[in-house]
Design a protein around this ligand. Structure first.
Ligand SMILES: [Zn+2]
Length: 215
């Protein structure tokens, strides 16, 4: 998406607007984890994104507005198990609650994508194979402190004095797993060059600094 692409982040987190060309806007919300019923935080983001989508349509832009659900993850698996259900049956039930809520709020998305949709599988499969063929993916072992509430490996310096997750007040599980890694280092020079030349490539600007630091 080089060239005319201009990424206009309207909120610090949450949804983004990406101008794909002069008149066309692609806008997406985060796709929500479906491990519990939708709450006000979910609604806030959808309403804000919906207002932006409606504004751009009103001024004659060609808008594609996406929302959806992320249905993979340890948290979903654990919650489903605790309810004695298969993960897919569990998320199928919950997704209806999400959809009903957005219908009630009149959210005008063009597509509701689920990460269990066959189209989503097909695209992920295609990208995965492409990266594999180019040697961009490798396997390695990762050891860390995993909080399933956060769905994150936590940094030891971020834990409380008792070694708990500061948000969930529980000890994270020591997890060693073999993971797939993306060979970002292969693209580091090209990315540094691109970010250096094009100050609008990553928005907001402070995120560009974070990316550079990580590289
Ligand atoms: Zn946590």
């Amino acid at each position: 998406m080089a060239g005319e692409c201009d990424n206009v982040g309207l909120l610090r987190s949450g949804y983004e607007i990406i101008a794909m060309s002069g008149n066309s806007y692609y806008l997406t919300t985060a796709i929500d984890y479906v491990n519990a019923a939708p709450h006000l935080g979910h609604a806030y983001e959808k309403v804000a994104a919906d207002a932006a989508a409606r504004f751009f349509r009103l001024i004659g832009r060609d808008v594609y507005f996406l929302s959806g659900t992320d249905e993979h993850g340890t948290k979903v698996e654990k919650t489903a198990k605790a309810k004695g259900m298969e993960p897919k049956a569990y998320v199928d039930q919950l997704v209806e609650e999400f959809k009903k809520t957005w219908e009630f709020l009149n959210i005008s998305y063009d597509r509701f994508i689920r990460t269990t949709d066959p189209e989503h599988y097909a695209v992920v499969d295609h990208l995965w194979r492409k990266m594999l063929d180019k040697g961009d993916i490798y396997k390695a072992s990762y050891i860390g402190q995993y909080c399933s509430g956060c769905e994150l490996f936590l940094n030891p310096r971020d834990l409380t004095q008792d070694g708990d997750c500061p948000i969930h007040q529980v000890k994270p599980d020591p997890v060693e797993e073999e993971n797939y890694f993306f060979k970002l280092s292969k693209y580091a020079d090209a990315l540094r060059e691109k970010i250096g030349q094009d100050p609008h490539f990553v928005q907001p600007g402070f995120r560009a600094q974070e990316v550079l630091k990580m590289l």
